[in-house]
Design a protein around this ligand. Structure first.
Ligand SMILES: [Fe+2]
Ligand SMILES: [Fe+2]
Length: 366
């Protein structure tokens, strides 16, 4: 159940709880927002989406302003550019302090614009998938009844099919409210060497905090590390449907988890704060959580590759069908497939084959 009141997690860290959607045609995903106060600066990690969440955060900002919060600097940082995370940048205007920055990793910005507009976002996702398998024939009952006609439209115009799909797929999401501060790209070339208690990493300093690259869920995924609180805000790095879209990566998901594990082993992180689901506290619980995700991804990849090698099947839809028949893990994923939940089983299978060089994006994808 979602709690309307923000929850204090640790001194200076407040959690605005989001919402997990169980049907993405009718109900949007809403990420958590972490509201951080550190001296004269305020940081919103994952400003989330939707009027309701915006209103809750606005209310809190005004309460803090009435209580004479003396902020001089404000930073809004999207853990990545997905719709449920990067929709409420207007909150920078509500905070209204002399120095305001809005940051999104450069991979989440195209032609100077954050990819947070629902219909274009879904259209791009549909186009990517449809390059490797027939997206419109990959849905499970009862959604296959709704989407099979799109396979016909796709024969004549893939552009029209992707537009119709994008309209349906983005119905639940409101348009983003961007505000007056233009989002700035976090650039790969500006990463610097960081030494976090003996752990050497590359990332971007942000006052007393650090932004760390944690790609995998998306190429623009970043985490925020607050050393003083031993807190790591990881956005969707541990999303159960990872890697969700074809821009994601199984390998990068695993390396991002390994980096987080290194920090936890070194005693630098004892609070892991995801954008969906509960906060994890304590080194042992965090390590076991991260390990279980690594094992799950490795198992998925092993199962895909083993079946591909033994059966010779390269066609994504046939291979996915066989995996769902044989593997309890893939059966579970089938039950979570979009639009029931943010998970695309066929994309996971495709990425495993692409990353192992079994498929090339073109023309081998069937
Ligand atoms: Fe999310
Ligand atoms: Fe996401």
């Amino acid at each position: 159940m979602t709690t309307a009141q923000p929850q204090p997690i640790r001194d200076g860290i407040l959690l605005f709880e989001g919402k997990i959607s169980r049907n993405l045609i009718m109900d949007p995903m809403v990420s958590h927002t972490y509201f951080l106060e550190d001296g004269d600066q305020v940081i919103l990690f994952d400003p989330s989406c939707g009027k309701e969440m915006g209103r809750r955060i606005e209310e809190h900002i005004r309460t803090r302003q009435r209580a004479s919060a003396s902020w001089k600097r404000a930073t809004l940082l999207a853990g990545h550019s997905h719709l449920d995370h990067a929709g409420n940048f207007y909150l920078a205007d509500v905070i209204d302090v002399p120095e305001t920055r809005v940051y999104v990793h450069e991979a989440g910005i195209h032609d100077g614009k954050v990819m947070n507009d629902p219909a274009p976002f879904v259209r791009a996702v549909a186009r990517d998938s449809n390059e490797c398998y027939n997206l419109y024939l990959s849905f499970y009952f009862p959604y296959n009844l709704l989407l099979t006609p799109l396979a016909l439209v796709n024969l004549f115009s893939s552009e029209l099919a992707s537009r119709i799909f994008a309209t349906l797929g983005s119905l639940a999401f409101e348009s983003p409210r961007d505000g007056n501060t233009s989002p700035e790209p976090i650039k790969e070339e500006e990463k610097i060497d960081l030494n976090l208690g003996g752990v050497k990493l590359r990332g971007w300093p942000l006052g007393n905090m650090m932004i760390l690259p944690t790609p995998g869920h998306s190429p623009c995924s970043v985490s925020l590390f607050w050393p003083e609180k031993k807190a790591l805000f990881i956005s969707d790095a541990d999303w159960i449907g990872n890697p969700v879209f074809l821009k994601g990566s199984v390998r990068d998901c695993i390396s991002s988890f390994e980096m987080m594990k290194t920090l936890a082993h070194a005693g630098q992180v004892d609070l892991l704060l995801p954008a969906h689901g509960p906060v994890k506290e304590g080194t042992r619980s965090i390590l076991s959580h991260l390990d279980s995700h690594v094992r799950r991804l490795e198992t998925l990849r092993d199962e895909v590759l083993r079946l591909h090698h033994t059966s010779g099947i390269k066609d994504i839809r046939r291979l996915t069908k066989a995996l769902v028949r044989q593997s309890p893990l893939f059966r579970m994923l089938k039950g979570s497939n979009f639009p029931r939940f943010v998970c695309f089983v066929h994309n996971i299978v495709t990425l495993c084959l692409l990353e192992e060089g079994v498929l090339q994006k073109e023309p081998a994808c069937e």
